[in-house]
Design a protein. Structure first.
Length: 361
């Protein structure tokens, strides 16, 4: 994920420079340059960078009301970013792009249908099984939601203490990633201990149901993550002020759209060229300096980390790798580990982008 994020950040810089030179804004060149700088910061770590950069850059121009200019560009940024998130979700299912950037694990199934080879032996048994699965799914969803809520509350409190003590902002996502790994490891230990139960001992049926619910978390977590991501997606669109964007005219939307387009072309094209052409054409590079192979999930997550920041990228990454009930536990465990790796990468690079894009020199 390192190379796609770096290429995406470079693409964001090139895109904002291109927008500054090719898109005519209804403001002076100095103000347009400030807007380009704020947008560039936003596209290397999330929208919060836009306002942090604006707070710093506005000091360079005095006696000028920059409120409408920043408001127009901020609204255009939110609108374009909302559309971009929808596009990321769509292209994540592209089989052609998955062939260009092969996944490191099988992606899993998007549905919960019965495989073609399975047949229903008994209607009553099937109905009972479905009800039992629904019951476990509801319990798994409640447990997963409780873990998520407690993690957010704890991470928020930890971030406040770190910010007040060390003046280091934006650490909540890092704490969330750490807490997520701790909870995952704890659940794995509980399930493993239950499976190693002595054959002569009979555990309580209620404890069996609890273990089944814990095992079901990996199946319901992607769906819950998608719901949270769509809610975040909706909140981004709701926060966008269309009237402010109209004040700046279509130029603000074109400005942000061109910058985002160049970012997309750079991160996808640059990563593909590096993987396919350099590794295949140059034996020296392939043997000693082999270009790291990036999956399509890693490319999309890196792009999301640059554009939306760690929060949107983490939520997006969880839904990219799904569990499949027709596969064995080993395969689904590999998916779970890869999903966790994507979340950690999204958090790290999102926080890193936030740090470098808001640094004041």
């Amino acid at each position: 994920m390192t190379i796609p994020f770096i290429l995406g950040s470079i693409g964001s810089i090139i895109g904002c420079i291109s927008s500054y030179h090719f898109i005519s804004m209804p403001y002076t060149r100095d103000i347009s340059a400030l807007l380009a700088g704020c947008l560039c910061a936003s596209y290397i770590g999330g929208t919060v960078n836009f306002f942090a950069a604006a707070n710093v850059l506005k000091k360079s121009i005095s006696n000028v009301d920059l409120g409408s200019a920043f408001g127009s560009m901020a609204s255009a940024d939110l609108i374009v970013m909302a559309v971009y998130f929808g596009m990321l979700k769509t292209v994540s299912r592209s089989d052609w792009l998955h062939k260009l950037f092969p996944s490191k694990v099988s992606r899993g199934d998007d549905n919960d249908l019965i495989s073609k080879g399975e047949e229903e032996d008994d209607d009553a048994t099937t109905t009972s099984t479905i009800k039992s699965n629904h019951k476990h799914s509801i319990t798994s969803s409640i447990i997963a939601s409780t873990i998520a809520l407690s993690s957010v509350l704890l991470a928020t409190n930890l971030e406040q203490k770190v910010t007040s003590t060390f003046n280091i902002p934006g650490t909540m996502c890092a704490f969330l990633a750490i807490l997520g790994l701790i909870y995952q490891r704890l659940i794995h230990i509980i399930i493993s201990s239950h499976q190693e139960w002595k054959p002569g001992a009979k555990p309580l049926s209620s404890f069996d149901n609890f273990i089944s619910s814990l095992q079901g978390i990996s199946k319901v977590a992607p769906a819950l993550s998608n719901i949270c991501f769509y809610l975040l997606f909706a909140s981004v669109g709701t926060a966008a002020d269309l009237s402010s964007a109209i004040v700046g005219g279509p130029s603000a939307l074109m400005f942000a759209s061109l910058a985002l387009f160049v970012h997309s072309i750079t991160v996808v094209g640059g990563t593909w060229i590096g993987m396919k052409l350099l590794n295949s054409k140059s034996k020296l590079l392939n043997k000693k300096f082999g270009w790291p192979l990036s999956s399509w999930e890693e490319v999309l997550t890196a792009s999301n980390a640059a554009i939306g920041g760690p929060s949107t990228a983490s939520a997006f990454a969880v839904g990219l790798i799904l569990s499949d009930k027709n596969d064995d536990n080993v395969t689904n465990d590999k998916r779970s580990q890869y999903r966790s790796a994507l979340v950690i990468g999204a958090t790290f690079w999102g926080v890193f982008g936030y740090a470098i894009a808001t640094s004041e020199f």
